[in-house]
Design a protein around this ligand. Structure first.
Ligand code: PLP
Length: 444
């Protein structure tokens, strides 16, 4: 009997008792390869002694000081580190405790930016379908995932959703990358014009789509075109790299591969690598300058922002990523993982796509590749694969269904950057077997 409100009260959970490298160990001594890093969190794997030491040392020195009185050394150093590794201009950091808080904070920063510039009427946000930005009510309203939103309608804010860039399913047969990008930029332009540019505060998008659609990358040039539309209308351009940031896609920031720099950037999972609950919003000079030159203070705050222990843990994680060349390792191992997946699953009759960047890869499954028919969403194929893989010692992150225009089921892999080729190879073996077993189950 548990007193915790678990996600699915009818499904008992194993108790995790230990984490070691790429593995988690449960109360019965079973080992699981953490092929999804939880939910793309554990970038350094588990039980890294240097991070543990940094956290303990910080607790012994200073465990907490409220940010209305003090800053702290680990928070300052972590902010310096993030800024040093980011393009010029993206020079300000606001720390939080979760990805949802980071999204809420970015949306508020955008709104205050407009207020300070004498445009208080800019309150609307525009986001994309097939997106996920968090579970607090504001972030949920921004997300385009109907499955997660349905129960909570009407949501707090009425957010307009435009199409995501999902070339596999939504690019027209005659369309080039450029033509597809132009069409989507035109759609955003139209949405802003219809809402009235003087009412639009921000546009938010995941640079690489994670949980809802599974490692979906945009076509080249897409984000540059969208940035241009936002600039033309004075709309703040927010990228959500809560899942895809900090080395996950093989570059420190995922946007580096898109040739754009956002006005606001949301970071979380890979920041603390699971060692501490921590998130951040990075803000461009132009946002902070407007606030500094206006009312002078960002009207925001939570009790645990800039928590010294969380920052010390994250600082250790980021220093190790840099020292050990783990961004490059994510890029190299990501290519290896994608090759393994293609080799083993490329010709599979139910595998429609293998995609992703760095150690952020997904396999999409359909009932019939030729007709592109998906499995009946009621069969929950992705959840069955997760269960089957779990029983075989692999953690992977499932998603799918036909809600919200997501087509088919997918499984996301996001292992630690410290993993090895051998571990990836055996994870792919388990995944292949689990996909086979789950498909056999739904056929019976
Ligand atoms: N944004 C994206 C892109 C995410 O993937 C997530 C979580 O999966 C969030 C925001 C919300 O983060 P959190 O669960 O830490 O609130």
């Amino acid at each position: 009997m548990t007193h915790i409100i678990h996600r699915n009260p009818r499904t008992p959970l194993a108790t995790a008792v230990r984490g070691l490298g790429s593995y988690l160990i449960d109360h019965e001594g079973r080992r699981y390869y953490d092929g999804s890093g939880g939910a793309a969190v554990s970038c350094l794997g588990h039980g890294h002694p240097e991070v543990a030491d940094a956290v303990i040392a910080q607790i012994r020195t200073l465990e907490y000081a409220h940010t209305s009185f003090f800053t702290s050394e680990p928070a300052e150093q972590l902010a310096d580190t993030l800024v040093r590794r980011s393009p010029p201009g993206l020079a300000h950091v606001y720390f939080l405790s979760s990805g949802s808080e980071a999204v809420e904070t970015a949306l508020k920063l955008a709104r205050q930016y407009h207020v300070e510039r004498g445009e208080p009427g800019r309150w609307r946000s525009i986001a994309r379908l097939q997106s996920y930005h968090g579970n607090t009510l504001g972030a949920l309203a921004a997300g385009g995932h109907q499955g997660r939103r349905r129960l909570y309608q009407p949501l707090l804010a009425d957010v307009t959703h435009v199409s995501a860039c999902f070339p596999l399913h939504y690019r027209r047969p005659e369309e080039s990358d450029d033509g597809y990008g132009d069409r989507l930029a035109h759609e955003l332009d139209t949405a802003i014009l219809e809402a009235g540019p003087e009412t639009v505060s921000a546009f938010i998008a995941e640079t690489v789509v994670g949980a809802t659609a599974g490692a979906v990358c945009a076509v080249p040039g897409y984000f540059r075109k969208l940035r241009e539309v936002c600039d033309r209308h004075g709309v703040v351009f927010i990228l959500d790299e809560v899942m895809s940031g900090l080395g996950r896609t093989g570059s420190y920031h995922a946007f580096e591969q898109e040739g754009v720099v956002p006005d606001l950037l949301c970071l979380a999972k890979g920041l603390g690598g699971g060692y501490q609950p921590i998130a951040a919003v990075m803000a461009h000079d132009r946002i902070v300058d407007a606030i500094a030159g206006g009312s002078g203070a960002f009207q925001h705050g939570h009790t645990y922002i800039g928590h010294p222990v969380a920052c010390a843990g994250a600082l250790a994680v980021q220093n190790i990523i840099e020292r050990d060349g783990l961004v490059q390792r994510s890029a190299t191992l990501g290519r290896y993982l994608q090759d393994c997946l293609r080799e083993r699953l490329g010709g599979h009759p139910h595998v429609n796509d293998i995609r992703g960047r760095g150690l952020f890869q997904a396999v999409e499954l359909v009932q019939d590749r030729e007709g592109n028919r998906v499995f009946d969403p009621g069969l929950q194929l992705h959840a069955r694969i997760k269960r089957t893989a779990l029983a075989r010692g692999l953690l992977c992150y499932p998603g799918g269904g036909t809600v919200d225009g997501v087509r088919g089921d997918h499984v996301l892999l996001a292992p630690p950057y410290t993993t090895t080729q051998e571990e990836l190879q055996s994870a792919v073996d388990i995944l292949v077997a689990s996909i086979g077993a789950a498909i056999a189950e739904v056929r019976d």
